[in-house]
Write a protein that binds this ligand. Structure first.
Ligand SMILES: Nc1ncnc2c1ncn2[C@@H]1O[C@H](COP(=O)(O)OP(=O)(O)OP(=O)(O)O)[C@@H](O)[C@H]1O
Length: 255
């Protein structure tokens, strides 16, 4: 299958103050295939979020190459890069970052209005379809203060999908949710992936990672292992076995 995202010898160094710098990503090499769903795990501070921000073009690598859809993106101008993020990528975070002065519906459609690729009617229609699919259609005109954490994360997923991205990046997308809401969100993400969208998640949660296809393990700024679990299918009813396989592997990695 075709490669959608590829990092080659990616490093990231943060400069803090005059004489202090810290290399958080050392020499990252990884690839994702179109339609894949992967998780990144590893101890706190190992560089998981930094990896996600750097290979999604939200931040700039210090050195190395990042190719997205066969195009080098690490050296693009900010304008071109933000165009790619807006049109081809979706983002879901633990802290949901919705705008308080907009309705839930307007939060979802905003980035599509900004992208200006389609008529507002078409965008509105897709937003409604997405909201229906996520079970939050009745919240369209509500304020974001009138929804639960699980509902808001569904709003964030609708927002991430509104421009029909090729890839969705999630940084602990279920981190702030109770286990039932987290499982529901994971089910939705699995469906989105099933429909063809590539997904990369950073997570601490074995239950979440066990539903992805491949798990990367990060330690001290490097990817030091990966576990190919294979595509998850709800109908196979094998989540427990996958969780055990992953837990055993993580124990070996000293997680
Ligand atoms: N903008 C920044 N400037 C300076 N240091 C940073 C910056 N962003 C991250 N770091 C540092 O990089 C290291 C790795 O952070 P990162 O958030 O990538 O780790 P993580 O593996 O995602 O951790 P966690 O699981 O706790 O979220 C940390 O020591 C952090 O302080």
């Amino acid at each position: 299958m075709e490669t959608i995202l590829e990092a080659k010898d990616v490093s990231k160094t943060f400069v803090i103050g005059d004489n202090n710098q810290q290399t958080i990503l050392k020499s990252i090499n990884m690839q994702m295939k179109k339609g894949e769903m992967v998780a990144v795990m590893g101890p706190s501070g190992s560089g998981k979020s930094t990896l996600l921000y750097n290979i999604s073009g939200m931040d700039r690598v210090t050195s190395g190459s990042v190719r997205f859809n066969n195009r080098e993106i690490s050296s693009l101008s900010e304008k071109n890069l933000s165009n790619i993020r807006l049109n081809r990528m979706g983002f879901i975070f633990q802290d949901i970052y919705l705008l308080k002065n907009l309705s839930i519906f307007d939060n979802i459609v905003l980035s599509a209005y900004l992208a200006k690729n389609e008529s507002r009617d078409k965008i509105n229609q897709r937003a409604l379809e997405l909201m229906k699919k996520m079970g939050i259609a009745e919240l369209a005109n509500h304020d974001i203060t009138q929804a639960s954490g699980g509902q808001l994360q569904r709003v964030a997923i609708c927002r991430a999908l509104i421009n029909q991205p090729d890839i969705v990046f999630g940084d602990e997308p279920t981190g702030a949710l109770n286990s039932k809401a987290a499982a529901d969100i994971m089910k939705i993400l699995a469906e989105i992936n099933e429909a063809g969208t590539t997904i990369m998640l950073v997570t601490h949660d074995v239950k979440i990672a066990a539903k992805t296809e491949r798990v990367f393990y990060m330690l001290d700024g490097n990817i030091v292992g990966e576990n190919q679990l294979g595509k998850y299918k709800e109908s196979n009813n094998d989540s427990q076995i996958r969780e055990e396989i992953l837990s055993n592997w993580l124990r070996k990695m000293d997680f």
